[in-house]
Design a binder for this molecule. Structure first.
Ligand SMILES: [Zn+2]
Ligand SMILES: [Zn+2]
Length: 68
């Protein structure tokens, strides 16, 4: 699948990917190959996703569990 146009994040490089999540065209620099998302969506995923307040069990340390 080829993408035509400029990266919508930096608007300087030629876009090579189209984000399946938000539709943003992203150049190689602004594409997260591992996640298959644009840099913007990859950053959102890294923060824990759009679900606010969702805490994965891995984020709790033992102090949190033993608190009371
Ligand atoms: Zn870019
Ligand atoms: Zn995206």
């Amino acid at each position: 699948m080829s993408v035509t146009g400029l990266c919508q994040i930096c608007e300087q490089n030629e876009a090579e990917h189209s984000c399946p999540n938000c539709g943003t065209l992203a150049c190689e620099d602004h594409w997260d190959e591992a996640r298959g998302l644009c840099a913007q969506c990859a950053a959102t995923v890294e923060r824990g996703g759009p679900d606010e307040g969702a805490v994965s069990p891995d984020d709790l340390d033992d102090d949190e569990v033993m608190r009371f």
